[in-house]
Write a protein that binds this ligand. Structure first.
Ligand SMILES: NC(=O)c1ccc[n+]([C@@H]2O[C@H](COP(=O)([O-])OP(=O)(O)OC[C@H]3O[C@@H](n4cnc5c(N)ncnc54)[C@H](OP(=O)(O)O)[C@@H]3O)[C@@H](O)[C@H]2O)c1
Length: 286
């Protein structure tokens, strides 16, 4: 069977995409390929100069804007400045197994980057989204444990990997509840999950457990990891699909329709998590 690659991307002329944290890693590859296919790609990044340098020699239309997804005022400012149609929002920015730290809002830095900030960003931009929201999660969501009473890691002992796993499970549950809400209102906008498997980026370079380096023989080249995101962003898949590599354990290979872990399909938990997150971030409508 032929494998899906970036050469199979549809013509994206006239489409606008926002992708967060796209100045390097999988986000940059995704941005490059979407622009090559004709999309107008907006990179929401912390370091605009670095992102500008990263795309300067690439073909296509790029717009570089300041966005720190872990800073709620930065998220609100980005969303406030948006007034046109947005075809595809890709929540890609992420950190893994970082030391405990608090954001300017007093939130857990890792959870805020991977989940809480993207939750707010998505809700604020949703009225503009015409096609879909793509959430970049991880196979590690399967190990995630969510404590609704301590979503932001105030009473539990901080463990970098546990926080990563929980944040990626929260992303999966966010997609589930978002899709439920969209469908309930008759919206045709889709919420889609993408898992890159394990791709050799600098995501875990600093991490003691460094799963990416430790399991190098199992890993995807970054170009392959980004394919799941590209597929999720452009292919005709059902709402709340989980796209990941087709190889053993969903860790490497070419993009295919896979299945999220059981905990990621818990509708009651997804609804409760939405409420708890709203309490954490404040107003989610403009
Ligand atoms: N690589 C893998 O094997 C793998 C597996 C599963 C899931 N993922 C997910 O894939 C996504 C991309 O990861 P990657 O592998 O490409 O890692 P990466 O090379 O470390 O890139 C992470 C990106 O996120 C950005 N970022 C971090 N914090 C941010 C913030 N507060 N605001 C805005 N941008 C921020 C970084 O920007 P700066 O340059 O400013 O730091 C960087 O561009 C992440 O969500 C990750 O969890 C990756």
């Amino acid at each position: 069977m032929t494998k899906w690659t970036a050469n199979d991307l549809p013509d994206l002329n006239g489409r606008t995409v926002v992708i967060t944290g796209a100045g390097r890693g999988l986000g940059l590859i995704t941005a490059r390929e979407l622009a090559r296919a004709g999309a107008h790609v907006v990179l929401g990044v912390r370091d605009t100069d670095k992102a500008r340098r990263a795309v300067v020699s690439l073909p296509g239309a790029f717009d570089i804007r300041t966005l720190d997804v872990a800073d709620l005022s930065s998220v609100r400012a980005f969303a406030d400045s948006w007034s046109r149609d947005l075809d595809i929002l890709i929540n890609n920015a992420g950190v893994m197994d970082i030391p405990a730290a608090r954001t300017v809002d007093g939130l857990d830095q890792q959870t805020a980057t991977n989940y809480t900030g993207p939750f707010l960003l998505t809700n604020l931009l949703l009225e503009h989204v015409t096609d879909r929201v793509v959430h970049v999660t991880s196979q590690l969501h399967r190990q995630g444990k969510i404590d609704l009473k301590d979503l932001d890691w105030r009473t539990r002992k901080y463990n970098g990997m546990s926080v990563y796993e929980a944040s990626k499970l929260a992303v999966v549950l966010f997609s589930l509840e978002l899709q439920r809400r969209l469908s309930a209102t008759g919206s045709e906008v889709r919420s889609v999950l993408a898992s890159p498997g394990i791709a050799r980026t600098s995501l875990a370079a600093h991490s003691r457990s460094n799963v990416i380096n430790r399991f190098k023989f199992l890993t995807n080249a970054p170009e392959l990891g980004a394919l799941s995101v590209l597929y999720a962003a452009t292919q005709d898949v059902p709402g709340n699909s989980y796209i990941g590599p087709d190889g053993l354990g969903g860790l490497r290979g070419y993009p295919a329709l896979r299945r999220q872990g059981k905990a990621g399909l818990d509708t009651a938990m997804a609804g409760d998590l939405w409420k708890a997150t709203t309490e954490l971030v404040g107003a989610v409508a403009r």
